[in-house]
Design a protein around this ligand. Structure first.
Ligand code: SF4
Length: 339
């Protein structure tokens, strides 16, 4: 429960204060729970700029998946048969044809027929809108043993170098734990201290920039360090092209979802559901008298009470009651970030 609320606070803070150095004109787009099939980060900050965001806008509010990205990046400026102007996609051309129709519907390429041949041309150039991708791991309660375990995981992130920077966000501990923390966490990883009651977040250790354009290393297995373990580490390489694609896919998902998408998996239609704190806003459960987690705020919650239809007024179900209003408020805020 605590981790969920902590995560939302980190997201809200990053949205207003990123980068912590304060010396950049970067516009941060913040999202939660994104990454690759093997690794999901708690918070992602995509650094971009207002002009690049404006150039990304014609491609629509929803993300471009890998097949649409392929088209957005390679569609020609003048009419051409799609098989002759696009590079080999590495998968069957019929998937490319499906993506062409979708891209046409979304309005970023045009299509026409020349007999049996589909010709395409782009309407907009897909901009290089992602400047940097920053990954933040959130661990509110961190003792020295947990820091050691986490340190190993963060070592994998540093070796892969998919994000430009990796941070650990945690609460303030006493001096001894903080020293152990610094020792257990790789030096490349930044450490952000999150106070429980205030917004005075404090970066106590600056991260190193990772080389996202170089090959990365996936650590598959490593010796556990015990005297009896003579096994060798196993690893494989992640090539720069894979990293470039993954970063863009993560950024596209962040663009679509933002961090307020938490409401999609909760029950704002419960009469106990409230949004409080203008800083967030964050979810609040009136029945429990505290912030609730996304996992407990579901249809199986014992205290769930559907909104009375009278709350929903004449506009129901199109306009909806307070639950729908909460969703609309969060969606408006989410959209405003992209504009
Ligand atoms: S009572 Fe349960 S479902 Fe309703 S807002 Fe609280 S946690 Fe969510």
């Amino acid at each position: 429960m605590k981790e969920f609320g902590f995560e939302l606070r980190v997201c809200a803070w990053a949205e207003r204060n990123w980068p912590p150095s304060g010396d950049s004109k970067a516009v941060p787009l913040v999202a939660r729970q994104l990454g690759t099939r093997r690794r999901r980060w708690d918070t992602i900050v995509v650094e971009t700029s207002e002009p690049e965001l404006a150039r990304r806008e014609p491609f629509g509010e929803t993300r471009l998946g890998s097949d649409l990205l392929f088209l957005a990046r390679h569609a020609p400026t003048s009419w051409a048969y799609y098989r002759e102007c696009l590079p080999d996609p590495g998968y069957p051309w019929r998937y490319v044809r499906e993506a062409i129709h979708e891209a046409d519907e979304r309005g970023f390429i045009r299509t026409r027929r020349d007999g049996n041949r589909i010709e395409i041309r782009r309407r907009y150039r897909y901009p290089p809108w992602v400047d940097r991708v920053v990954a933040i791991e959130n661990k509110p309660d961190l003792d020295a043993a947990a820091a050691r375990r986490l340190g190993e995981q963060l070592q994998h992130d540093v070796a892969l170098g998919l994000a430009d920077e990796v941070w650990l966000a945690t609460e303030r501990s006493d001096g001894d734990v903080e020293a152990a923390l610094l020792e257990a966490i790789p030096v490349e990883v930044g450490i952000l201290i999150v106070p429980e009651e205030s917004w005075a977040f404090e970066p106590i250790w600056r991260p190193r920039s990772l080389d996202v354009a170089a090959s990365g290393t996936r650590i598959l297995e490593r010796p556990d360090g015990s005297p009896g373990d003579a096994s060798a580490a196993r690893f494989e390489y992640a090539d720069p092209e894979w990293k470039r694609r993954k970063r863009l896919e993560i950024a596209e998902r962040a663009y679509e979802r933002g961090w307020r998408a938490y409401v999609d998996t909760m029950r704002p239609d419960c009469r106990q559901f409230e949004l409080n704190d203008p800083e967030g806003p964050f979810p609040w459960c009136a029945a429990k008298g505290r912030a609730q987690s996304a996992a407990e705020c579901s249809g199986s919650c014992a205290a769930f009470e559907p909104e009375p239809p009278a709350w929903r007024g004449g506009g129901w179900p199109i306009e909806g009651g307070p639950g729908k209003a909460a969703k609309r408020l969060l969606e408006r805020k989410r959209r405003r970030r992209r504009e």
